[in-house]
Design a protein around this ligand. Structure first.
Ligand code: NAD
Ligand code: DAU
Length: 352
């Protein structure tokens, strides 16, 4: 069928990507959804077991940095939409190995833009390239203020610099070639399937195992937390209803200092595990700070809220409880992802 909609989701086996794939496969049965993922350490097909047999779901293992492969894939399937999430996503890894962030996040994104342009240039009507980005491109806030869509880019880590660069390429393809795009910049996500190198899942895993909770610096860094399903809902809305060549900021209206969040998590975990309140807090250990650590992120999400009628569907307390419940009932998932290479990563990051 010539005009059948076919959407490519990159990075669909990762944390956020798997929630986006699930939503699109379930909500749009008339659309073929292709999940392209290299299955790096962060990609896990277990995240999608519940929908893998749906007739409109297709998995392709492949690397977005492989130009020949990507061009061939686009020529073969003529994707009418792309939702691009594949990336190296962890700030601490970017400090140790910036080059892989340049390769995947910048070169990989440009490869996808080129392939999309190669198929549709001259016929961009009803096509869309959706680029999933981060609030970290805006740098760090002081005590007050919020990131808006017009805040200047000021990235501080190799990760955020690579994401900022990829955003610029997307815009440049829009200006230069008329490529239709939407970009969204989202705050910190949390929820089921979160890889346990990031703060919340790492600390959940360590609490389960009575291991130290390594709080960087004085713990007074602030992040704006959003439940991952609410991010997937926002992406769905902005992909379908967002204006061409626009950026949408997505955030949880939910700022927490790391140390306060960790204390709340300790309390929830103690309750869920039937441990005496205070048990997990004793595991808190202040460790050397992250170099170039951004002090505060906070998103002004009023544009997506007003234009697309989006708002988070769960409170942080509800979302955190759902998250803890998910990890406690998915111990096999956790055991699988924390074996092998994860142990080496953990030792190199946290054992001096
Ligand atoms: P993740 O690390 O959990 O998943 C990344 C996925 O991309 C993995 O499945 C991995 O296998 C895949 N991938 C990596 N390199 C690839 C390559 N070269 N080719 C094909 N696939 C590759 O990341 P996440 O936390 O789910 O983030 C997804 C996207 O959302 C990223 O672009 C990230 O910058 C952005 N983002 C994340 C957050 C957050 O809080 N996690 C917030 C805002 C924006
Ligand atoms: O803001 C959006 C970004 O949020 C995304 O673009 C990134 O992909 C995602 O990883 C996340 O980046 P952060 O660096 O904010 O997330 P992380 O979970 O690594 O850290 C959250 C805060 O917790 C940060 O201030 C650092 C601190 N931290 C983190 C770890 C892993 C600790 O104190 N100890 C830790 O062991």
């Amino acid at each position: 069928m010539e005009n059948k909609k076919t959407i490519l989701i990159t990075g669909g086996a990762g944390f956020i990507g798997s929630h986006v794939v699930r939503r699109f496969v379930t909500n749009y049965p008339e659309v073929d959804i292709y999940n392209l993922d290299a299955l790096t350490y962060a990609g896990n097909l277990e995240n999608l077991r519940d929908i893998e047999n749906r007739p409109n779901y297709f998995f392709v293992k492949g690397d977005i940095t492989d130009t020949v492969f990507i061009n061939k894939l686009f020529q073969e399937h003529k994707f009418t939409g792309v939702i691009h999430l594949a990336a190296e996503s962890h700030v601490d890894r970017s400090i140790k190995d910036p080059i892989s962030f340049v390769t995947t996040n910048i070169v990989g994104t440009v490869n996808l833009l080129n392939a999309f342009k190669g198929v549709w240039e001259g016929n961009f009507k009803d096509k869309r390239f959706y680029h999933v980005s981060t609030d970290e491109v805006y740098g760090s806030l002081g005590e007050s203020g919020l990131f808006t869509e017009t805040t200047s880019y000021d990235p501080n880590s190799p990760y955020s610099a690579s994401k900022a660069s990829s955003d610029h390429f997307v815009r440049a393809y829009g200006e230069t070639y008329g490529l239709p795009y939407v970009i969204s910049n989202c705050s910190n996500n949390y929820g089921p399937n979160h890889f346990p190198e990031k703060l919340i899942p790492l600390f959940i895993n360590n609490i389960i195992n009575y291991k130290p909770l390594p709080v960087y610096g004085d713990g007074n860094y602030t992040r704006d937390w959003l439940y991952v399903v609410d991010h997937a809902i926002a992406i769905d809305l902005a992909f379908h209803k967002g204006k061409n060549h626009e950026t949408y900021n997505i955030g949880g209206f939910n700022e927490w200092k790391n140390i306060d969040l960790v204390r709340l998590l300790c309390k929830v975990m103690d309750e869920k595990l039937g441990r005496a309140i205070g048990t997990s807090e004793k595991l808190i250990t202040y460790v050397k700070d992250r170099p170039g650590h951004d002090v505060r992120y906070a998103i002004d999400a009023s544009k997506i809220s007003k234009e697309l009628n989006w708002k988070p569907t769960v409170t942080f307390e509800e979302g955190l409880e759902k998250t803890v419940d998910w990890f406690l009932s998915n111990t096999e998932w956790l055991a699988n992802v924390t074996s092998g290479a994860y142990r080496e990563y953990y030792t190199s990051m946290y054992t001096k």
